[in-house]
Design a protein around this ligand. Structure first.
Ligand code: ZN
Length: 197
């Protein structure tokens, strides 16, 4: 435990996801002990991110404009939509360079325990995107855990009413884990080996 604002800083870092007390302390002391650490740049960035970054009106990915760079890219295949839970998953899949279609970010997964139902996710927006018949395949790339599977099952049932190929990423992804932590090769293979559901 430290005095005053040093402890406040450590506590604040400790509130961030994935940062335990030791890491929080390490970051705080890095800032304190590095004379040329650009504090004003960091605080400016934090402010700008909060101010400028929003969610793409089409797919829900993070962007600084109305539409994200992927939705604006005319070279992407508009016939293919990959459904993910989170904008972090878009980044993970983009790193594989395996996928050339568009995305749809749900904003979470169905979880009765956490009180998240289908209406809390961007499912209505997905159905809207599919309505004009452009999309021929929907890839369900929700996380390979309980909530992700429940969400994929829900969506695959919902999508049977449409004449669209619905696929799920191949197994081989670490079960119970998050897509964002899968390595690029594994994730790339899961795309190649996706199966119809
Ligand atoms: Zn977008």
């Amino acid at each position: 435990m430290y005095d005053g604002i040093v402890q406040d800083l450590i506590d604040e870092f400790g509130r961030l996801p994935g940062i335990g007390p030791k890491s929080a302390q390490r970051i705080a002391f890095h800032i304190l002990q590095t004379p040329n650490f650009d504090v004003s740049h960091l605080s400016q960035l934090l402010g700008e991110v909060r101010e400028k970054v929003r969610f793409c009106e089409v797919c829900g990915n993070v962007t600084e404009q109305d539409r994200c760079s992927i939705c604006r890219d005319t070279r992407r295949h508009a016939t293919l939509i990959c459904v993910v839970e989170d904008a972090k998953d878009v980044a993970a899949i983009e790193r594989t360079r395996e996928f050339k279609g568009l995305y749809h970010v749900l904003g979470g997964a169905i979880s009765p325990i956490a009180g998240v139902g289908p209406d809390d996710l961007r499912i209505a927006q997905l159905m809207q995107r599919l309505a004009d018949g452009t999309v021929q395949e929907v890839i369900l790339a929700t996380n390979p855990n309980l909530e992700g599977e429940a969400t994929a099952t829900y969506l695959s049932r919902l999508l049977t009413t449409l004449e669209i190929r619905v696929t799920r990423l191949a197994s081989g992804l670490p079960v119970g884990g998050d897509l964002e932590y899968a390595d690029e090769v594994t994730l790339g293979r899961a795309f190649e080996g996706r199966r119809i559901v």
